[in-house]
Design a protein around this ligand. Structure first.
Ligand code: TMP
Ligand code: ASP
Length: 234
């Protein structure tokens, strides 16, 4: 496999072509953004933390029967992935009340939800990723009805697997965002799953081990990512 030209640069990753039209190299950067680029910065070694954490998670999910774009990890910052046509929705799963849901409803963060909540957001920085109903996603053609149903099922399966995995390592999976894309006749889980895209709280202390430390200027951001890495790699 030979790495070729850069195809796309996003907020946290770069995608490169390879000599195989079906495969891309996904490179993880240290750049950090929050609130749809209104806040920017760097988290030292984040690229390496997130590539390694995502690797553990994709490998686990594949073993549990979840189909993902991950093929193999090439080094500390790069993974080989299948080329997807990303669907323009972010799928958020929440196990506890936090973040934008708590804020929008004027409720305090922290309460456990009675069951996992699956939400769809339109991927659009200019509009601050507005919330969409499942029906809107389908009727507006952002994904088919069958794809919406599939994304919901997979999102809940991911939740089951990852909630247990993190809990065994002393971490509560509060909520997270995942993305999906079309590949041939399948819809695969894409992107990354890392402290950039999850809320992770330490069991007992409820210490935040994720990007909220950057978003909310709490300090010790690198330490939190390193802590997650050390817990998931053991
Ligand atoms: P929210 O509470 O801000 O809606 O975020 C829910 C989860 O999704 C949280 O774990 C952070 C993650 N997320 C992203 O990864 N990217 C985003 O653009 C947004 C809005 C949230
Ligand atoms: N919206 C995402 C976040 O807050 C990333 C970004 O805004 O750039 O995590």
């Amino acid at each position: 496999m030979e790495k070729r030209e850069q195809l796309y640069e996003g907020k946290a990753k770069i995608l490169y072509a390879t000599d195989d039209p079906d495969l891309l190299v996904q490179y993880f950067k240290d750049d950090a953004t929050a609130f749809n680029r209104k806040k920017t910065g760097t988290i030292e070694n984040k690229g390496e933390f997130n590539c390694r954490i995502s690797t553990v998670i994709f490998r686990l999910l594949e073993r549990e029967g979840v189909r993902t774009h991950w093929v193999k990890t090439l080094n500390d910052r790069e993974m080989l992935v299948k080329r997807l046509t990303i669907l323009p929705v972010e799928v958020v799963v929440r196990n506890r009340l936090a973040g934008s849901l708590a804020k929008r409803l004027g409720l305090e963060e922290g309460r456990e939800l009675s069951r996992p909540l699956v939400e769809f957001y339109y991927k659009c920085d200019e509009l601050d990723d507005p919330l969409m109903t499942d029906d809107q996603v389908d009727v507006l053609g952002f994904a088919t009805g069958a794809e919406v149903a599939h994304m919901r099922t997979v999102a809940l399966k991911v939740d089951e697997v990852l909630s247990r995995f993190f809990l065994e390592r002393g971490i509560i999976l509060v909520d997270y965002k995942i993305e999906f894309g079309r590949h041939k006749d399948e819809v695969l889980l894409g992107d990354e799953i890392s402290p950039d895209s999850c809320r992770l709280w330490e069991v007992g202390t409820l210490r935040k081990l994720d990007k909220d430390r950057f978003r909310r200027d709490m300090g010790s951001v690198e330490e939190a990512y390193a802590e997650v890495l050390s817990r998931v790699e053991t």
